[in-house]
Structure formats: structure tokens, C-alpha cells
Design a binder for this molecule. Structure first.
Ligand SMILES: [Zn+2]
Length: 337
């Protein structure tokens, strides 16, 4: 265990990850049709500023600006030949910021989905997916990423292909899925099924978990599902700052810093070890989360009612597991913080 993340996990019982990448970059002037990865080259100062937001708020881990930096995604911008290079630069900028911080900060090389559907339903073969992820992994490794960080995955095939690619690159990794469809991923994976899949991998991740999805409440229900299914592996919680709302053509997340502080403490009590935010999570949210995690003691594992009372209702009645999936269990009344 020679990587920075494993070393931190040996000495700390919780770690804070970062917040939103997209939301913060849009605030710095990124247009919604543009590839954020181009900014690694065009606006390195803005990308370093993004990383520094997280470091200054107390994050132990931040993700590189390479979520869409695989060849399949960059193809939409005519930049499919630049996956390795743009990923490398994202990690080099991260290395610079982390090394200047004066403490151990983990540079996690972000790897997002290809955006393509796997065969036989779609065009993407396993071999092609492994190649796409391997290319990006090598770029992130060259740039100095401590670990690779797979995120927002829906299909188990894609998670497994990335795992295989990361083994080829000989890199330690973490990987989260997005449970955005009535407690399951878009491709139907439940929290319990993810635990089973992760434990069967020949090169399992250092930590696994959930990111993005619907709101903070749903994400914690998924974390409780991981813990209930039984796992010794560190769990990652990276929930959105509330629910996206549309105002005048802009997406706005309704979660306040106070709500995200509650979320962070509840995530830890639910069994998560690595806690961060996803869409809508700004520096002020991270600061409130870090303060709460530092100052507030651990509590008992929360019930679903505790979660909805503090963070608001779930988007679906069930968490997608069990025989009553899709029907049944009612959750407490909606109350948003
Ligand atoms: Zn998100």
C-alpha cells in the first residue's frame, strides 16, 4: 500500500473529497456545449483555481478535470486524439496544487463514462472500452495522479472494463456509480449488486460508492444499502448539493451549506469514510462540511426517517433493493432544509 490514499486511510477515520467540477467551471465562464478538458490547456490557471477551492476548504482528495477526457467523449468535440495528453495535463496541474499545499492531498484522476452503450444493445465492445479507459489511465498516470477515480457509472460492464484498464496501467483506483433511477443506476444496478460486483473484481478498488444521482437524501439511502449488505471496503459518498432546479435556463442546486454539513455528518454516520459533494457543491458547501466533520462527534447510524427529517424526502418510495422494489414503503413527508 504505497499510494497516498491508502496511507491516509490508515491514519484517518474519515476523509473529505471535493465538490462540483462542472458547476464551478460554469461559474468561471465555461459554456455548456464546451469540453471542460480543453481548459486544461487553454486556462490552466482556472483549473488550478478549481483544485485550490477544494484544498483551501480542507479536502483531502480532489478529482482532476478529466471526467469527459476519454476518446469516446472527446470525439464529440473533434479531440478524440487528445485523450491521453489532456488527461496528463489535468493531473500535472493537480500535482502542482497538491504538492504546494503543505499536507498530503490526494490527486485523483477522474474517469467518467464513455457515453456509449455496451454491446449487444449498443456499439461498444468490451475490448474497445478497455482500450479507451487504458489510454486515459496512462495519461493520468504520466501526469502524476495518485489514484484513478471512476465516477458516474451506470453499467456494470463499463465499471468492469475500467477496472481491467486500470490494472493494465498498474494504478490503484476508486470507483463510484450514479444511482439516479428510483434507487438504482440507469442500467438497473442496486446498492447490494454493486457491493457484490466490486468484491468479485480481480483488482478491486481501494474504495467504492455512489456519486451524483438525485439528491443528498437518496445518496445516503444508497450508502446505508452498501453498509447493510456488508462490506469492509471504505465507502465513498459524493452527493449533489440538493436537487437541481431550473431558473431562467440555468440549473441551480437548492442545497445550502448548512444542508450539506448535515449531509456530511449523516454520510459518516451511515458508514461512509470518504465524503464529498457532486453537482452544485461549491467552496462554501465544502467549508461547512469540513467544519461539521471536524467538530461534530460521530452518532448512531441514522434511520431513513432521520435522513428525510434533516435533508428532505427521497425521490422514490423504495431504494430499489428487495422484493418490494418499486412498490411499497412510504417515506416521511417531504421537508427540505
Ligand atoms: Zn453530479
Amino acid at each position: 500500500m504505497t499510494n497516498a490514499l491508502s496511507r491516509l486511510l490508515e491514519t484517518r477515520d474519515w476523509l473529505m473529497a471535493d465538490g462540483a467540477t462542472g458547476t464551478n467551471l460554469f461559474n468561471m465562464g465555461l459554456s455548456s456545449g464546451d469540453a471542460p478538458e480543453m481548459w486544461n490547456e487553454e486556462h490552466p490557471d482556472r483549473i488550478k483555481k478549481l483544485y485550490k477551492f477544494a484544498v483551501d476548504a480542507g479536502s483531502d482528495i480532489f478529482l482532476t478535470n478529466s471526467f469527459g477526457g476519454n476518446a469516446a467523449r472527446l470525439k464529440l468535440h473533434g479531440a478524440e486524439k487528445r485523450a491521453r495528453e489532456l488527461s496528463r495535463i489535468s493531473a500535472e496541474l493537480g500535482r502542482e496544487v497538491a504538492d504546494a499545499s503543505g499536507r498530503t492531498v490526494v490527486v485523483a484522476g477522474s474517469v467518467g463514462p464513455t457515453g456509449e452503450i455496451f454491446a449487444p444493445m449498443g456499439p461498444l465492445t468490451h475490448a474497445a472500452a478497455v482500450e479507451i479507459f487504458h489510454e486515459q489511465a496512462e495519461g493520468l498516470k504520466e501526469g502524476g495522479a495518485d489514484v484513478l477515480w471512476l465516477e458516474t457509472i451506470s453499467a456494470p460492464e463499463e465499471y468492469k472494463a475500467a477496472a481491467e484498464a486500470f490494472a493494465l496501467a498498474d494504478m490503484p483506483w476508486c470507483g463510484t456509480m450514479s444511482f439516479d433511477t428510483a434507487g438504482r443506476t440507469m442500467m438497473g444496478v442496486t446498492s447490494a449488486a454493486m457491493v457484490d460486483m466490486v468484491e468479485k473484481l480481480p483488482n478491486p478498488p481501494i474504495a467504492f460508492g455512489a456519486n451524483c444521482g438525485v439528491g443528498a437524501s437518496d445518496l445516503l439511502r444508497t450508502v446505508l444499502g452498501f453498509a447493510a449488505h456488508g462490506t469492509e471496503r471504505p465507502i465513498i459518498a459524493k452527493g449533489n448539493a440538493g436537487i437541481p432546479k431550473y431558473h431562467d435556463g440555468h440549473i441551480h442546486y437548492d442545497g445550502t451549506p448548512e444542508l450539506m454539513a448535515e449531509y456530511a455528518v449523516l454520510a459518516r454516520d451511515s458508514g461512509a469514510t470518504i465524503i464529498g459533494g457532486c453537482c452544485g457543491t461549491m467552496p462554501e458547501h465544502l467549508e461547512a462540511m469540513h467544519k461539521a466533520l471536524t467538530e461534530r462527534p460521530r452518532g448512531p447510524r441514522p434511520s431513513l426517517e432521520d435522513i428525510t427529517a434533516k435533508l428532505g424526502g427521497f425521490s422514490s418510495a423504495s431504494d430499489g433493493t428487495g422484493e418490494d422494489a418499486g412498490a411499497g414503503r412510504r417515506t416521511s413527508r417531504r421537508r427540505r432544509g
